[in-house]
Design a protein around this ligand. Structure first.
Ligand SMILES: Cc1cc2nc3c(=O)[nH]c(=O)nc-3n(C[C@H](O)[C@H](O)[C@H](O)COP(=O)(O)O)c2cc1C
Length: 406
């Protein structure tokens, strides 16, 4: 099957026309032997390259290209299949954008397409992507993270609040995971993640319950979370608890009960954030809106959890703007090398900015992901990179420390 792949990257050192020729001469020979064709655009800083050919050959060459330390920030922009090649005549055409005026780029790309395929008209994604990156030079819309090698993560000794091991078992154990602003070395909140008595996940716990008990347990368990916060002395940091939207909707006194639970632990409603996943919220929009209004009137903050994982995120966001938007881990994973994820996440970050919402990236595991997200304007993070959840206690946090100048 015929694969088409486009990526972009940044040259590590400035490259002359001769450097490009030296790079491409052996590359063209290998491409020809493996039936790979394509085009390489270079603007003096960034490469954008299209490779097309048999699946296996394209994958092999792209693997080698990713390992090449002549460039960095290799980001996959497109991987697709098609019935025919676009740049069939050339083992690797070169377009040195430095030699062209901005108006000439698109027509030169089209001219390099030896036989513009009939199925690939002006709506062709390949032509659009190549044109977009080529035309964007100078205005630099590309978000690039700092090099991960500039940073190391360090655990800084801090007194860790831990539940007294002799304390009696609680009906609802919780694991705490911090949400951090790493550059400020600040824990902005703790998410309280419910666990089963056997240490199982919230999904396992709720699946084990009679459906009729789900919402009652959901609400009732929050008292244990606030009680744990009080015992751990977490009185001057925000506390995030997850709540099924239906728990708020089914019981008209739910918000009053939450407020009572918070007050009983000598905490302030302003310190509490209720995290809600979008799924159930949209099934009963009016009742959901009323419940949110009650939370807001009580001074409790609201976050949308796992944003982007469900099916109605954007329309929910159009109807209701939370204080915080937690971007789902599926969008965060490997964002540093994934063009579509970068386009989506930077769009979300920009939209949040315009609406006064704080975006939070969930599930951050790699320094590279953090570097890119930070460059995209996100400042709050949750994930194993910084801290793993700790049962009934506050986990150690690892903070990034610069070890090489930018
Ligand atoms: C921007 C750029 C584009 C490249 N394009 C190709 C290419 O089209 N085909 C190819 O075989 N090598 C290409 N290379 C070179 C490969 O990265 C790599 O050096 C070469 O495949 C040998 O890899 P190996 O030593 O890991 O086998 C390119 C390198 C760079 C920096």
């Amino acid at each position: 099957m015929l694969s088409t792949l486009i990526y972009r990257s940044r040259a590590v050192t400035p490259m002359t026309a001769q450097d490009l020729t030296d790079l491409l001469t052996p590359a063209r020979a290998r491409n020809a032997a493996m039936q790979v064709t394509g085009i390489l655009l270079f603007d003096g800083v960034h490469f954008v390259q299209l490779l097309e050919g048999p699946d296996e050959a394209v994958n092999l060459i792209f693997d080698a290209i990713q390992r090449d330390d002549a460039h960095r920030n290799v980001v996959l922009l497109m991987r697709d299949h098609g019935p025919a090649r676009r740049f069939g005549g050339d083992a690797m055409a070169l377009l040195d954008l430095r030699e062209l005026g901005p108006q000439q780029v698109s027509s030169r790309i089209l001219a390099k397409m030896k036989q513009p395929p009939r199925w690939a008209g002006s709506d062709d994604r390949v032509v659009k992507i190549l044109g977009w990156y080529a035309d964007a030079r100078g205005t630099d819309p590309i978000v690039e993270g700092e090099e991960a090698a500039n940073w190391q993560l360090v655990a800084i000794d801090a007194p860790l609040a831990q539940e007294d091991p002799a304390a009696p078992a609680r009906p609802y154990p919780f694991a705490l995971q911090p949400i951090v602003n790493p550059l400020r070395r600040e824990i902005t909140s703790f998410e309280f993640l419910i666990r089963s008595q056997a240490g199982g996940s919230p999904e396992q716990l709720f699946a084990s319950l009679d459906p009729a008990d789900r919402y009652r347990v959901d609400l009732e368990s929050k008292a244990s979370a606030f009680e744990l916060a009080r015992r751990l002395g977490l009185t001057d940091v925000k506390l995030s608890v997850n709540l099924l939207p239906m728990s708020l909707i089914e019981d008209p006194s739910a918000v009053d009960r939450l407020v009572d639970q918070v007050a009983a632990c000598a905490l302030l409603p302003q310190h509490v954030i209720v995290e809600i996943t979008e799924q159930e919220a949209i099934e009963r929009p009016r009742a959901f809106r009323d419940a949110i209004e009650r939370l807001r009137r009580a001074g409790i903050g609201v976050a949308i959890d796992d944003f982007g994982a469900g099916y109605a995120g954007l329309s929910l966001l159009a109807e209701f703007q939370p204080d915080k938007l937690k971007i789902d881990r599926q969008l965060i994973q490997n964002v540093h090398q994934d063009g579509p994820r970068q386009a989506i996440v930077s769009g979300i970050a920009r939209a949040c900015c315009a609406m006064g919402i704080t975006p939070v990236a969930e599930g951050v595991e790699r320094v590279e992901e953090w570097c890119w997200l930070q460059a995209a304007g996100i400042e709050r993070f949750q994930g194993y990179l910084f801290a793993k959840p700790a049962l009934n206690g506050v986990p150690a946090v690892r903070w990034p420390e610069r070890i090489r100048p930018r």
